[in-house]
Design a protein around this ligand. Sequence first.
Ligand code: FE2
Ligand code: FE2
Length: 354
Amino acid sequence: MNSLSTAAPVRVVALRQSYLHFTVSTYSRCIATTGLQCSSLAITNKCSRQPAPKRFISSTPQTQPKGFFPPPTAPSVKEVPTAWAHPIYAEEEMQRVVVGHREAQNWADWVALGSVRVLRWGMDLVTGYRHPAPGKEHEAKFQMTEKKWLTRFVFLETVAGVPGMVGGMLRHLRSLRRMKRDNGWIETLLEEAYNERMHLLTFLKLAEPGWFMRLMVLGAQGVFFNGFFLSYLISPRTCHRFVGYLEEEAVLTYTRAIQDLQTGRLPGWEKLEAPEMAVRYWKMPEGNRTMKDLLLYVRADEAKHREVNHTLGNLNQGMDPNPYVAKYKDLTKPHPSKGIAHLKTTGWEREEVI
Ligand SMILES: [Fe+2]
Ligand SMILES: [Fe+2]
């Protein structure tokens, strides 16, 4: 039994007001006074000294007690079940997830890695995040709050849900166009996009973005979707490597959030229970339904995406079957699967799975 869950758990709805609005007025003041050249740190520090904003800017009127996305009001419908059931993760498997990096081995890998670093820089700027160098974790300028983490998670997940859908869509269209089978890739890619959207919807149960955030997401999606679409037409292999590197960053982000929570830097989350939709989606067992558990589940998903995309990046895009839906002849050794029992940080090499 997880000790956190036994000590007077606090429902998400009880704390929701405190996270309710990412306000834009403070951002606007910061940008107006410091210009766009200022670092995210400068924005953050300056913002923290500003008085509380007088008005909240959100598309959802505050007087409405309903949730950010309330359940549908269809009298005849009992529930809308999930399209893809999530595999069960054991806690010890999730605890084994580690930060990792696949070394770039050719020019395409370097292009993918460089693109992720540029994207990471932009995301750090937008979400007010600075990653500390080893040994500097305790310096005040690197400290994150619950609200800053949620801002980062929401922004990260709105971007993360794009590649799987674009890849799945383009492989679907290619199959139609060429009148050839796809060999099982489409389902895995769409499932990844679905999983990322579930991450987003879960975090949106804890925080509601204001219009500034929505504007940033809109711009980012417009640029990223089109860029990834064109890139996937040119080199799907490089795109899967790119997503593999992007997921390495996601694992790093969630690992640091978990460490912050475990070391007492996020007191608001210590007794916070995971939203109900997360409990149902991940099938979180009783006693393991806290915010820390939720972050462990999400991090494990990101580690799985890291493995899947590095593996897909190792394959012949047009010919090879998807190793994650294949049935293998030799059952005496581990193979790629939907779970995380045999998670590979750098993906499976082609010789291991084809
Ligand atoms: Fe995610
Ligand atoms: Fe991911």
